[in-house]
Design a protein around this ligand. Structure first.
Ligand SMILES: [Zn+2]
Length: 449
C-alpha cells in the first residue's frame, strides 16, 4: 500500500518473511482461515456473510481485486526480468566497467554502480506504480494528485539511495569471504532490521503529516486510555499520533510502529473522522494485541531463523547461476575472489534472493495471518465491557474497513493463501460475529473477564 518496494532486497527478504517494521492493519488482503473453536462458540454456518457490499461497490471490488492481483503477479515477475535483462544483455557488466573508468577508488565505483542500479530498478517499475495509482484514483481509494504522488516517489528514491552503502557492504562481504559470505550477511542483517524498525517512524513524516492524537481528539484518547488500562500496555497519550491521511487517501487504517524510544500508535484521520469511537477502540485493541502478544519480536526471531536457511539456499542457487551463465554475463572475479563478488555478480545474488522471496511469500503471509487473527481476537476481548456490544462493533468495523478499501467479499482461497498478509475481511468479520466467549459466564483467551 505504501511506496516501499525492493529498495533493499536483502533486508526485504527477511522482511518478506515477516511484514515487519510496522504492522499496518487495514482491511488489507488476506486468507481463508477457519475460525479456531473457542469455548461456547457455536459452529459457523458455511453460508455466513458478515461482510457485505452494496451491488455497485461489489462489482467494483471484484474488478479491483483482479487488477490488484494482476499488478502484483506481473510486477513481481517483471522485477525478476529486470535483473535478468541487466545481466544477460551485459548492461550490468558495462555499467561496472564504466564506473571503473570514471572513478579511481573502488568503493566509489561501487557506490555509483549500486546507485545507478537503484535508479534503473525504480524507473523500470514505475509503469506498475503509475497504473496502480491511476486505478486507485479511478476507484476513489486515493485522492492524491499526481504532482504529490511523483513527489512521494522521488522521496522514496532518495531514501533508497541513502541505503546504497548497505549494498556496498554486502558486496564487500562476498568479496572477502567468498565461501561463508551468506553467514556474515545473515549476521549483519539482524541489526540492520532492528535499526530500520527503529528508524521507520522517523522517516514517516517525510511522506505524511503527524500530530499528537490529543490535539484534536481528547475525548477519544480518554477512551483509548481505558483500553490501555485493561490491556496493561504502556502506551501513554504522547505515544499516540494522528496521521493526516485524508490528504491522500479514502482508506481507513491504523498501525503500530517503531521500537523502544520510537514505539508508537498511529491512527489515520480518515479512521477517527469516519468511524464511530467504539470501532476506533477495537482497532486500537487490535494494535495493542500486536504489542502485548510480542508479535514484532516473534516475527523478528522467526525471520532471523528462516533467513539463515534462505541465505544458505540462495548462495547455492547464485553459485549455480554463476557457473552456468557467468561467462555469458561477463562476471569477472575481483582479485582473489569469486565472480559473485563483482558488482554485476552481486545482481546474481539479488536475483536468487528475489526468486526466494517470491517462493516464500505464502510462508511469510501464513505467519502474518496467524498474528493478525490473534490480534483480532485480542482486540475484540480488549473492548469487552468498554463498548455495548463487542461483536456488533467489531463486525461493523470490518465492514467499514472493507468498504473503504473495496475489499472483495469472496476472494479466491488460493489467492488469499498466497498473497494476503491479513485474513480476508470476510473471514475476520465472520469470526467476530460468532466470537462470544463471555456467554454463560465464560471468558476470552487473553483476558480474565
Ligand atoms: Zn494487525
Amino acid at each position: 500500500m505504501m511506496l516501499v518496494r525492493r529498495t533493499l532486497p536483502l533486508l526485504c527478504l527477511a522482511l518478506l518473511l515477516t511484514g515487519l517494521t510496522s504492522r499496518r492493519c487495514s482491511g488489507q488482503p488476506a486468507q481463508a482461515q477457519p475460525a479456531p473453536a473457542t469455548t461456547a462458540v457455536p459452529a459457523q454456518p458455511a453460508s455466513t456473510q458478515a461482510y457485505t457490499l452494496p451491488p455497485d461497490k461489489l462489482t467494483k471490488a471484484i474488478t479491483l481485486s483482479h487488477i490488484r492481483l494482476a499488478l502484483e503477479i506481473v510486477g513481481s515477475l517483471w522485477g525478476l526480468a529486470v535483473l535478468w535483462l541487466l545481466l544477460s544483455f551485459r548492461w550490468a557488466a558495462e555499467l561496472a566497467a564504466w564506473t571503473e573508468r570514471l572513478l579511481r577508488r573502488r568503493w566509489m565505483q561501487g557506490l555509483l554502480f549500486f546507485a545507478v542500479f537503484i535508479v534503473v530498478d525504480t524507473v523500470a517499475y514505475l509503469p506498475f506504480s503509475l497504473i496502480g495509482h491511476y486505478v486507485n484514483l479511478v476507484y476513489g481509494i486515493s485522492v492524491q494528485g499526481w504532482l504529490s504522488w511523483f513527489g512521494d516517489h522521488a522521496k522514496s528514491l532518495g531514501i533508497a539511495l541513502v541505503g546504497t552503502p548497505v549494498y556496498l557492504l554486502f558486496n564487500w562481504i562476498v568479496r572477502v569471504s567468498p565461501r561463508r559470505y551468506w553467514v556474515w550477511i545473515w549476521l549483519v542483517t539482524l541489526p540492520l532490521i532492528v535499526l530500520s524498525t527503529f528508524a521507520s517512524p522517523l522517516l514517516d513524516p517525510i511522506f505524511n503529516k503527524f500530530e499528537p492524537l490529543t490535539k484534536t481528539h481528547l475525548a477519544l484518547v480518554a477512551r483509548l486510555e481505558q483500553v490501555v488500562a485493561r490491556t496493561g500496555t504502556k502506551i501513554p497519550p504522547e505515544r499516540m499520533f494522528l496521521m493526516k491521511a485524508s490528504a491522500k487517501s479514502n482508506g481507513l487504517n491504523a498501525y503500530v510502529t517503531g521500537l523502544g524510544a520510537t514505539k508508537r500508535f498511529v491512527m489515520w484521520d480518515t479512521a477517527t473522522d469516519r468511524l464511530p469511537d467504539d470501532e476506533v477502540l477495537f482497532i486500537f485493541g487490535h494494535e495493542s494485541g500486536h504489542y502485548v502478544l510480542n508479535h514484532i519480536p516473534k516475527q523478528l526471531a522467526g525471520s532471523t531463523a528462516g533467513s539463515f536457511f534462505v541465505l544458505w539456499a540462495c548462495a547455492g542457487f547464485a553459485g549455480w547461476l554463476m557457473r552456468r551463465f557467468g561467462a555469458r554475463w561477463q562476471l569477472i572475479s575481483p582479485e582473489g575472489s569469486t565472480p559473485l563478488a563483482s558488482r554485476q555478480g552481486f545482481l546474481v545474488l539479488l536475483f536468487a534472493l528475489s526468486v526466494a522471496g517470491l517462493i516464500l511469500q505464502p510462508a511469510g503471509n501464513t505467519f502474518s495471518r496467524h498474528f493478525e487473527h490473534e490480534a483480532d481476537v485480542y482486540g475484540q476481548e480488549a473492548i469487552h465491557g468498554l463498548v455495548a456490544d463487542p461483536q456488533k462493533t467489531t463486525v461493523s468495523a470490518f465492514n467499514h474497513l472493507g468498504e473503504a478499501w473495496l475489499e472483495d467479499p469472496n476472494p479466491n482461497a488460493f489467492v488469499e493463501f498466497w498473497t494476503y498478509s491479513h485474513p480476508s475481511v470476510q473471514n475476520r468479520a465472520n469470526f467476530a460475529l460468532h466470537y462470544d466467549p463471555w456467554v454463560n459466564g465464560g471468558h476470552g483467551r487473553f483476558f480474565e473477564k
